[in-house]
Design a protein around this ligand. Sequence first.
Ligand SMILES: Nc1ncnc2c1ncn2[C@@H]1O[C@H](COP(=O)(O)OP(=O)(O)O)[C@@H](O)[C@H]1O
Ligand SMILES: [Mg+2]
Length: 224
Amino acid sequence: MVNIVEIKNLTKFYEKGTVKALNGIDLTIEQGEFVAITGPSGSGKSTLLNMIGALDRADGGKVIVDGHDLLSEKDLSSFRSQTMGFVFQLHNLLPFLSSLENVELPTYELKISSVERRNRALDLLKSVGLDDRSGFSPTKLSGGERQRVAVARALVNNPSIILADEPTGSLDSRASDEVLKLLVDLHERENVTLIIVTHDLNVANLAERQIEVLDGKVIDLKNS
Ligand SMILES: Nc1ncnc2c1ncn2[C@@H]1O[C@H](COP(=O)(O)OP(=O)(O)O)[C@@H](O)[C@H]1O
Ligand SMILES: [Mg+2]
C-alpha cells in the first residue's frame, strides 16, 4: 500500500504562537482511502486540511503528500493544481463567469488546448447532471447545483486527492445526498483518495475510516 499522506509531529500556530491550531499531528493516509475527519468547531480540522492541500505552510514537523515534502516544496501552486481537488462548504464559484468557465478555471494551470479544456469541463458538467446549465452564472443556480459545479471544478485536473471541508454543510438533505454520491462514486470508481471534514455523522459513517481532531491532535476512531 502506498501512503499518499504522511504527517509527523505537524504543528501550526497562529497569533505569534498563542493559538496552537495543530499541536503535534501524526497521520498516515493510504492512496485510495476514504477518510472522514470530525471534531468540535475550532479543533483544527480546516487547518489540517489546508496543510494537506498546501493552501498554507506548517510551522513544524513533516508533511509529505503524493511524494512531495510540502515544507520544502518550492512551487506549491503547481503541486496543488496537479494533485488536489478542493470542495469547500461555500462553493467559492466566481459569479461573473459561467458554470462552464468556473469548471475550466483550474485547467489554466495546465498546458492543454482550449478544445481539451472545454471538452473536459463539459464532460464533467454532464457527469454532475448540469450540462444544460453550462452557460448559467452560478448565481442563477440552486445551492445544490452550485455545489455540484464545485465538485466538477474540483475534478477537472484529475486530482489524486479530493479534500472536502464541510461540503454538505450548507445544503438540504436531498442536495447533500446528491453531492455525497458524486464524491463517493468517484472514490469507488477511480480509487481517488477522499478526505471529508464533516460534523454530520451520517456522512462520517459512509467513510472507511474516521478520525477525530481534538485540540489540535488526531484520534483514530474507526478503521474498517
Ligand atoms: N487565520 C487564522 N488566524 C488566527 N487563528 C486562526 C486562523 N485560522 C484558524 N485559527 C484558529 O485555529 C483554531 C483551529 O481552527 P480551524 O482549523 O478553522 O478549526 P475547525 O475547522 O475545526 O473549526 C481555532 O482556534 C481558530 O480560531
Ligand atoms: Mg473548519
